[in-house]
Design a binder for this molecule. Structure first.
Ligand SMILES: N[C@@H](CCC(=O)N[C@@H](CS)C(=O)NCC(=O)O)C(=O)O
Length: 216
């Protein structure tokens, strides 16, 4: 399988880490949604990443769909999104907030780093900031010690850790020191796992697509 996208994207990373976790080998095609937009449109009608090319040549898109596809290759007992209804809701709810956090950080990055300074919508940016802080508080309140849901790592953990790394490393959103101790520790714990290290956040790939962190 071929994963299309860069490792500065939390959405691409969560797919890669899921594949590493399951021991699924994959190649990677490093395309930027900005500098390689024409090529990306040929891969995905929306021009977005992640996209995964399956062994029969077909593409699937969007991290949720890709992760659902990957999970179903494995027995229920070892899936990162469990089948037991109560446990499943818990994992999906936490994953939804983590993924939403990544989306709001991404939108904030567009506002401050991709728009002309005269066109930044400060009211919208303030709203994004409130959503980001609110999601961080909620995730912190889940007390991930060591995992967010239950006794083993789940997709909630992968998604939360990649979102937090994205916020810290790429968006460089300033967080008062010690504000989210449980999340900070959880992120460090996850990023130290082999499946995370194999697909580590890449500042180089971010820079290659013209990314400059917001100067705030
Ligand atoms: N809901 C999507 C979000 C993916 C996403 O927003 N990817 C960004 C890169 S980090 C992208 O493709 N942006 C280009 C665009 O939205 O046009 C997923 O989970 O895969």
């Amino acid at each position: 399988m071929i994963l299309v996208g860069q490792f500065d994207s939390p959405f691409v990373r969560r797919v890669a880490i899921t594949m590493n976790h399951y021991g699924l080998p994959f190649e990677r095609k490093i395309l930027s949604v900005f500098t390689d937009f024409e090529k990306m449109l040929a891969v995905n009608p929306l021009g977005k990443v992640p996209a995964l090319q399956l062994d029969d040549g077909e593409y699937i898109f969007d991290s949720r769909m890709i992760i659902d596809y990957l999970d179903r290759l494995f027995p229920e007992e070892i899936r990162l999104i469990p089948s037991n209804p109560e446990y499943r809701i818990q994992v999906l709810r936490t994953e939804a907030i983590a993924l939403g956090l990544a989306e709001k950080c991404y939108e904030r990055g567009i506002e401050f780093s991709r728009r002309h300074p005269d066109k930044i919508d400060l009211d919208w940016a303030e709203r994004l900031q409130r959503q980001i802080v609110s999601a961080l508080f909620w995730l912190e309140s889940q007390n991930p010690a060591p995992w967010l849901c239950g006794e083993v790592i789940t997709q909630a953990d992968i998604s939360c850790a990649v979102a937090y790394t994205f916020l810290r490393e790429k968006q460089q959103i300033k967080i008062s020191s010690g504000a989210y101790p449980a999340l900070e520790a959880h992120c460090n714990r996850c990023e130290a796992l082999p499946e995370f290290k194999m697909s580590a956040y890449s500042a180089k790939e971010a820079a290659q697509s013209g990314w400059k962190p917001p100067d705030l």
